[in-house]
Each structure stands twice: as structure tokens, then as C-alpha cells.
Design a protein. Structure first.
Ligand code: ATP
Length: 268
């Protein structure tokens, strides 16, 4: 197996980060999707669970799009985490997770940028994707479980650039480090961000998100079902995690939904 779960668990237990001490670590050689696995088990989970798979045969992005992986080049995992918050309070969560990833990558020596709403770029190409799925806790309170799925390209999956017709971001320098170390560092950053997010919401992360904003000040367009629905200059994000665009008619705030963000010069 490429990732040893016990080694990740040991690294987390041995760290001085109290936010990771309850996380249960599971590593499997193969599964369809770590997000799907955890979503299925949500009603029975008592503690946060980190599930990592060497090989995912049905990795998913937003709106059922596929996230493609290959065991040698990808690090794919999901973290199930319970928030003492109702669903609507988690709107900015994908962006906060992006901050955790970008900051952890920085610690690992990889300079990444964030593309709203859920992508991590390197030199303008997609290095990592985030998919968050949620379910009400089902108890008496207003708690919500979130399953936070992350796919990180250490290398470029074979043929993917050709198939997608665009460059793919990768972090080959991380392939020289034990995967367990990379995963523990990312999980630790993630847990800290989730605890802070639960307490203060996305407002506490706006400045940190903007520090990594890949399209800041650039002409962009928002595309919905192949149609341009908004154009202007990328201004940043607000407290709800909406994307702010300066248009000729003032500032517009765009909710993630299933829209796509592109630079003006990009084709689709
Ligand atoms: P877009 O990239 O078009 O803005 P999105 O941000 O909604 O869409 P996601 O749904 O999060 O993207 O991710 C799925 C998309 O990412 C796929 O449609 C494919 O274009 C691309 N993709 C799939 N696998 C990888 C990978 N390993 N690395 C980079 N990009 C990938």
C-alpha cells in the first residue's frame, strides 16, 4: 500500500495539535470514492474520520464531474467532520478548506494559488480539487456533518492533459517526501481551519483567501451552462464566500452553485 494509515495516525497523535487528536485514520488500497464511502457511513460516525485511498475508481468533482487519479501520481482523501452549525453556516467552507490547503502546501514548499470556488492552482493549472458534501447530523441540535474530499496531484495522471486539453498542475517535489508526512501536515492545517471556521465563520478567512487569490484584479467571466452571466474585474470574496466582481454597473456577488469561473482570455 502507498499510504500506511498507522503511520499517519502516529504522526497526528504525536503532534502537539489538539485539533487532530480525535481523528480516526483509515487507509485503503482501492475504493470508488472516499467521499462516497464516508457519506454512506455518516449516521454511524462518532468521531472525525480521515480516509485515504491509493486508488479511486470513481473520484468526483462538483456536479458529478469526474476527478481523475492514478495511484502513483495522486493523493486522494476525505475527512468527515462534524460542525455544531446548521448547513447554511457552512457556505464558505470550500473556500476555507482552500486556505488550509494553500497554507499547508506553502509549509511544504509549494506555492499555490486559489481559484474560486474550490480549486487550488499552481502556475495557473489545477493542482488540487476540493469537493464537500454535507448531511444534517440528525440529532436534536443543529449540527451538520461535512465530508471534505481532496484530490492533490503529486504528478500528472497519465494522458490527463491530453484528454482535458489543458495543463494540469503537479507538485513532484512532494513525491520525494513520505506520503504520510504530506498527509499529516495537510490534515493538521485542515483541522485547525475547521475549528476556526466553526467558531468564527468564513469572515475570519477572507484576508487569508485573498492572499492566495489567483485572479485578483484580472478580467474574468462567470459561466452558467455555457452562457456568460457576469463579466468584470475579479475583486475578491465576501463573508459568505461569494465571488465579488466589479462590473460596469457596480459590484456583483456570485454564489458558487454550479457556475464556472474563467479568465476573460480563456475559451470555456
Ligand atoms: P472547472 O475546472 O471547469 O472550473 P470545477 O472547478 O467545477 O470546474 P471540479 O468539478 O471541482 O471542477 O473538478 C472536476 C474537473 O476537474 C473535471 O471536469 C476535469 O476538468 C478536471 N480534472 C479531473 N481530474 C483532474 C486532476 N487530477 N487534476 C486536475 N484537473 C482534473
Amino acid at each position: 500500500m502507498l499510504v500506511q494509515g498507522e503511520r499517519v495516525a502516529k504522526l497526528l497523535a504525536g503532534s502537539d495539535n489538539a485539533n487532530v487528536k480525535d481523528i480516526v485514520v483509515e487507509a485503503v488500497a482501492q475504493t470508488g470514492s472516499t467521499n462516497a464511502d464516508l457519506m454512506q457511513r455518516l449516521p454511524t460516525l462518532a468521531l472525525p474520520v480521515l480516509r485515504v485511498a491509493d486508488c479511486q475508481s470513481a473520484g468526483r468533482g462538483r456536479a458529478g464531474r469526474a476527478w481523475r487519479t492514478a495511484p502513483e501520481t495522486s493523493l486522494t482523501f476525505s475527512l468527515a467532520w462534524r460542525f455544531e452549525r446548521p448547513l447554511h453556516a457552512l457556505l464558505g467552507l470550500p473556500l476555507a478548506v482552500g486556505v488550509a490547503l494553500a497554507e499547508a502546501l506553502q509549509v511544504l514548499g509549494v506555492q499555490a494559488q486559489l481559484k474560486w470556488p474550490n480549486d487550488v492552482l499552481r502556475d495557473g493549472a489545477k493542482l488540487a480539487g476540493v469537493l464537500i458534501e454535507t448531511a444534517a447530523d440528525g440529532g436534536a441540535g443543529q449540527a451538520t456533518w461535512a465530508v471534505i474530499g481532496i484530490g492533490l496531484n503529486l504528478g500528472v495522471p497519465p494522458d490527463l492533459e491530453f484528454e482535458l486539453g489543458r495543463a494540469i498542475g503537479a507538485a513532484p517535489e512532494l513525491q520525494k517526501q513520505p506520503r504520510e508526512t504530506v498527509l499529516a501536515i495537510i490534515t493538521s492545517a485542515l483541522a485547525d481551519v475547521l475549528v476556526e471556521f466553526e467558531r468564527y465563520g468564513f469572515g475570519a478567512f477572507i484576508a487569508r483567501w485573498q492572499a492566495f487569490h489567483s485572479y485578483a484584479g484580472q478580467p474574468v467571466k462567470i459561466i452558467d451552462n455555457g452562457r456568460i452571466v457576469q463579466e468584470g474585474i475579479a475583486a475578491g470574496v465576501d463573508v459568505m464566500g461569494r465571488f465579488l466582481i466589479d462590473t460596469g454597473a457596480g459590484q456583483a456577488a456570485v454564489l458558487a452553485g454550479d457556475v464556472s469561473l474563467r479568465l476573460q482570455e480563456q475559451a470555456s
